[in-house]
Design a binder for this molecule. Structure first.
Ligand SMILES: Nc1ncnc2c1ncn2[C@@H]1O[C@H](COP(=O)(O)OP(=O)(O)OP(=O)(O)O)[C@@H](O)[C@H]1O
Length: 391
């Protein structure tokens, strides 16, 4: 267990850490996130007794690091994997650390195997890749079989296999009841590895939250691909959703709010006008800072009236509510009215829909007779959530 209480560190005029309070609990992997210079390393150094706090305190298992009775068995750390003597072999390096901590040679062999360096044990560290140095740093942290692990950017320089290995190692160490604190800039990896996140900005605590809760808070809607985006977009808005057509860019996809599908009069507006009397079952998604609130159907109706004045003033046969209530959505489907130019080929566009669940989007598509080629709940990445929180 790590307890950080009102921890503050000043370097001259720089306030690196300011009144930071959080716990790092056993049995979990806790991710420590923050932009460059946010104060993560300074905090870790203070927890490890390497830098003295200006005020406040950091405790490991209830005491300051320097007061631990058997520090190597209680806490293991890796702060900078480059801080090793290149002239030594991996084995000699770990052996020297083990000797200082009263740890036997057998454990050195064990940790070398655990981190995948057994084959390179006798090689000089100077010839190690960055990934191998990281593994060596992790081996050193594990040497005393400690109950608390503190790792600063342990995934740096690891290849994808190495990153997966590290994730499994950290998760298994936590499942044994150990306390694991790690910092990383690899957000996807952090979201897969960490049970809990502590996010800081300019030395202050921004979030201390379970990873799943944070991601759920920023859940960002449903991606739907359809050959009838204009009609589907309007139907979804009538059902209370907020809809952004997606444009594909060289770097990926992004919402494109000014796309004509959202601004041009809809050719099937009369049909949509009629749908106002045809309630579509909806399952609103939870709202939060990462989601737009659902608009009420009546609000959308008013907006739609403004957007499609002709449809309201001169309703066609389909504009009669009774006619639509009796309408067969499949018979009247746009797929039939506007068949795709190539059968079996996916045409049309994509919409990012917020304010409705994927099930509700599917129901709306069915009721409005719009074919759907793909329907995917879109989860906000940790990176997106992090950027929004720390802006
Ligand atoms: N020894 C030091 N002397 C003076 N200023 C320092 C010292 N160590 C850190 N700082 C400053 O304290 C602030 C926090 O730095 P720190 O290294 O803790 O951030 P970080 O979150 O670990 O950043 P990064 O992700 O880049 O490693 C920065 O403004 C940094 O320049």
């Amino acid at each position: 267990m790590i307890e950080v209480r009102e921890l503050t560190k000043r370097y001259g005029s720089t306030l690196a850490v300011s009144g930071l309070t959080f716990d790092v609990r056993p049995g979990q992997v806790t991710g420590f996130l923050g932009h460059n210079g946010a104060g993560k390393s300074t905090t870790m150094r203070m927890i490890l007794g390497l830098h003295a706090p200006t005020s406040g305190q950091a405790l490991i298992n209830g005491v300051r690091k320097r007061d631990l009775r058997d520090p190597m068995h209680e806490v293991g750390a890796m702060l900078d994997a480059a801080e090793v003597q290149g002239g030594r072999s991996a084995f000699a390096h770990l052996q020297a650390l083990a000797y200082a901590g009263g740890i036997g040679r057998r454990r050195v062999v064990q940790v070398l195997e655990e981190v995948g360096l057994a084959g390179a044990a006798r090689k000089r560290i100077a010839g190690f890749s960055q990934g191998m140095r990281q593994r060596l740093g992790i081996a050193a942290a594990l040497l005393g079989d400690p109950g608390v692990l503190i790792l600063d950017e342990p995934a740096n320089g690891l290849d994808p296999d190495g990153i997966r290995w590290l994730r499994n190692l950290l998760r298994s160490l936590a499942s044994e009841g150990r306390t694991v604190l790690l910092s990383s800039h690899l957000m996807t990896e952090m979201s897969l590895t960490a049970d809990r996140l502590i996010i800081i900005g300019r030395g202050r605590l921004i979030e201390d939250v379970p990873t799943t809760d944070l991601l759920a808070r920023f859940q960002s809607g449903v991606l739907v691909r359809s050959p009838h985006t204009a009609r589907l977009s309007a139907a979804l808005q009538l059902a209370g959703a907020t809809v952004h057509p997606i444009q594909h860019t060289e770097t990926g996809t992004e919402p494109f709010p000014d796309h004509p599908a959202n601004t041009e009069p809809n050719p099937v507006s009369a049909e949509l006008t009629a749908m106002r009397g045809h309630r579509v079952p909806t399952h609103p998604t939870p709202t939060g800072p990462g989601t737009r609130p659902s608009r009420s159907v009546s609000a959308v109706q008013n907006e739609d009236t403004a957007r499609y004045p002709n449809a309201v003033q001169n309703p066609g046969p389909a504009g009669n509510a009774g006619a639509v209530e009796n309408a067969d959505p499949v018979r009247d489907a746009g797929a039939v009215q506007n068949p795709s130019p190539v059968r079996g080929t996916s045409v049309g566009g994509e919409l990012l829909v917020t304010g409705l669940t994927a099930a509700a989007v599917g129901d709306v598509a069915l009721a409005s007779g719009c074919a759907v080629h793909e329907l995917v709940p879109r989860r906000t990445s940790l990176e997106e959530a992090f950027m929004e929180i720390t802006q």
